[in-house]
Design a protein around this ligand. Structure first.
Ligand code: SF4
Length: 199
């Protein structure tokens, strides 16, 4: 492990063992490197997969197989058929950051001291919106549930929701991936804005 490794990376490498899944990506140690591939390509010979560089992963994560833009990087439609080798732990952190921005730090935060994780709940998040988003604070219970169902359901996003609203409990462990969602995202905010247009 590099001496300048981040605490999040150190936690990840300690937990990695012979390999693990990080949302839709399988990570395997190939000392001193690490191999990343889509979980559906598990077990396939590397020669069958398209080699991509760490620096290519940001672009790879931006579109679906059909070329549609992926507004949610944790959406369950990461393209498959590729293989990437990160030459070091620090490169692995960069690779995961391209695929799932910010997710490694959040993953490490909830692993370490789950009780102390700073979670921003729905009403708090919506209550501080201004400008064109100002109306979202008026979204009622049913409206909030509808927007959350249409945005955060595992069909659309694989992050596990830690925040709550009006009695809607956090997602159960195992319901989605281990990537935590610690506050509503921009896509959800936009859904809330559309639901409250004219309010
Ligand atoms: S707010 Fe919902 S859609 Fe956005 S990242 Fe979190 S769980 Fe996913």
């Amino acid at each position: 492990m590099e001496p300048d490794s981040s605490p999040a990376l150190r936690a990840f490498l300690e937990a990695l063992g012979t390999g693990c899944d990080f949302c839709q990506v399988q990570v395997r140690p190939l000392p001193p490197s690490f191999e990343l591939r889509h979980v559906t390509d598990r077990g396939r010979p590397s020669e069958e997969l398209r080699p991509v560089r760490v620096t290519d992963l940001r672009v790879l994560a931006q579109t679906t197989e059909s070329g549609a833009y992926r507004a949610l990087k944790a959406a369950p439609n990461l393209v498959s058929g590729w293989c990437c080798v990160a030459g070091s732990g620090n490169e692995l952190e960069v690779a995961l950051g391209h695929l799932y921005p910010g997710a490694l730090a959040d993953w490490a935060a909830v692993r370490k001291v789950a009780a102390a994780v700073p979670v921003t709940h729905f009403r708090e998040f919506m209550g501080r919106q201004t400008g064109i988003y100002r109306g979202v604070r008026h979204l009622d219970e049913a409206g909030a549930a509808a927007v959350i169902g249409a945005t955060c359901h595992p069909r659309f996003c694989l992050k596990r929701r830690w925040w709550t609203v009006d009695g809607l409990a956090p997602d159960d462990p195992g319901a989605t991936s281990e990537l935590p969602c610690l506050e509503p995202c921009a896509v959800l905010l936009d859904g809330a804005r559309q639901a409250t247009r004219g309010v």
